[in-house]
Structures are given as structure tokens and as C-alpha cells.
Design a protein around this ligand. Sequence first.
Ligand code: PRT
Ligand code: ZN
Length: 296
Amino acid sequence: MSKNVIDTPLGDGGKLRLAIQKSGRLSEDSLKLLKDCGIDLRNVKDRLKTEADNFPLEIFFLRDDDIPEYVNDGVADIGIVGENVLYEKNKPVDIVEKLGFGKCRLSVAIKRSEEYSKEMLQGKRIATSYPVLVKKFLDENNIKADIHEISGSVEIAPGIGLADAVCDLVSSGSTLFMNGLKEAETILKSEAVLIQNKKLSEEKLNILNKLLFRIQSVKKAKNNKYILLNAPNDKLQEIIALLPGMKSPTVLPLATEGWSSVHSVLNENDFWDIIEQLKAHGAQGILVVPIEKMII
Ligand code: PRT
Ligand code: ZN
């Protein structure tokens, strides 16, 4: 897409302008995040921009590669982009929040038949769409190699004799595998981040803070589960000790004598560990429920 399309000054009426990827791997999750934040967008199909009905936000749909520059230029106030693109473009914008989706790695990959060591890259040809990040990696490791910048299908380069190694994004690793390559070394771990222009007006910063508060509530909710269980009263103290809760667990008597119902919130990371201990301590009828928003 030509960058000139939205280069003209926009009468934004004090709304915060958010740039997201128009169509690609980050698009759906970016729109879902806004929806989870309770922000309703008008008609998002085939549009260059749209706005929210119930929040002072305007959305621009762009190629991900252009987002850091648009945010730095102030055409957009904030943006959602992968760290890989952000560091490659190297624009002086601030990261406001990691968003937990679009996770991938930028990795060096070599032919499956070869043994990897950093030194083997000396004097070799490396195909990549990330020349800036690859050069930084090579410089830091005192490796002199030839960087071949290509914009897509990097993984086919060794097979057609264009390069000896590649440096590309990997998530499952199946693309590398299908092309006879193996992941040898990760040079960057990446996820989608919310970025902001460094010079936002106070009015826009206020809107951004409101948006950020919602995003953080959605993220916390995703990482936590609501748990309800029945506990025999003689084991209640041990069971409560296992459950952190927001302040402390809620305990209510059951109609059956000698039993209580315990309600609490559990972090995803500790989840299975704690469930096993709860069962071992006599907890029964354990229910786990997703949380939609979590305001602490
Ligand atoms: O059109 P536009 O320029 O906006 O999009 P794009 O084609 O440049 O980017 P797109 O939509 O492919 O990716 C957008 C962002 O998603 C990337 O910048 C990353 O931040 C993130 N992301 C997460 C990924 C992947 N995972 C990923 N697996 N981007 C690309 N890939 C590709 C990779 O390049 C390789 O071709 O998927 C293939 C590898 O996947 P596996 O699962 O086989 O390893
Ligand atoms: Zn792109």
C-alpha cells in the first residue's frame, strides 16, 4: 500500500489515533483486543480508517512495516506492531505495553544436514527480511557475512542456491522443516506491543491511560481463572492456605453440614499445581470459570 494514502493532515477532533495491521497475523488479535476492551468499531471491512462508537478512538489500517514510522511522524498517536518490525525499523517511539499475542522468534536457520556454530556463518550469505537486526547480531559476534535482503519466502533461499543460511521469523518451525532447514539460534523473541508517539498532548495521554487501564484489565483476566470448590470444614484452613484470592478467598457454608464452598482467583501459571494439591487436601466439585475483566 502506498504510504501517501493517509499522509494528509487529519482532523482528528481530539480522538486518539491507533494504527493496526490491515490484514495479516496481527489484525484479528488487535481487533479482538479492542472488542475485549469494550470498544465497538464501525464497519471494519475493507476500510482505511474507522472510528469507535463508544470511545474517543480512530483506527487506521496499515501495513505493519509502516506503523512505527506513522507513529513516530505523529500521523498516528499509537500503534500495535510486532517487536521484530519495531526494532528493525528503529524509530524513536515508546513501548507502552506488551500485548501477549503475535509471539514468534527471529532465528538463524541452516540446512538440516549441517552442524551449527556461530563461526560457521563467517563469510557466508544470509538471506533475511531483517537486515538491521541481522547486522547487529553479526557485529556483536564479530562475524563478517554477506546479508541478502529479500522481502518474502526467505526460507527457499538456501534451496535455490541464493544463500547458505537464513534469518527469519519462526513460530511452529514447520516452514523451516518443510524447506529442509533447522532453527539454529534465536536472535530476538518477539510479541505484539502497543507503541506511542513521544510527544502526545495531555488530552491524548489521558485517553491512552484509559485505554491502557482497559488493556491491562483484559490481560490480567486472561491470566487468571475464577475457581469454586467444596471443602470439608476440617480441611478448610489447609485449603484456604493454598488459594491466594484477590484479597483472600470467600468461604460460604454449604447446606450439607460440615462442608463449605470456597471461591477464589488463580493465576494460570500456578493453576495445575494448585488444583492437584487442592484435590489431595480433600477439595471436591472444583469448578474453573474464565474471568472477563479483572480490576484490582
Ligand atoms: O502486509 P503486511 O506487511 O502488513 O504483513 P506481513 O506479511 O509483513 O506480516 P504478517 O502478517 O505475516 O506478520 C505480522 C507479524 O506477525 C510479524 O511481524 C510478527 O510480529 C508476527 N508473527 C508471529 C509472525 C509469525 N508469528 C510467523 N510465523 N510473522 C510471520 N510468521 C511467518 C514467518 O515469516 C514464516 O514464513 O510464518 C512462517 C513461519 O511460521 P511457522 O509456524 O511455520 O514457524
Ligand atoms: Zn509487513
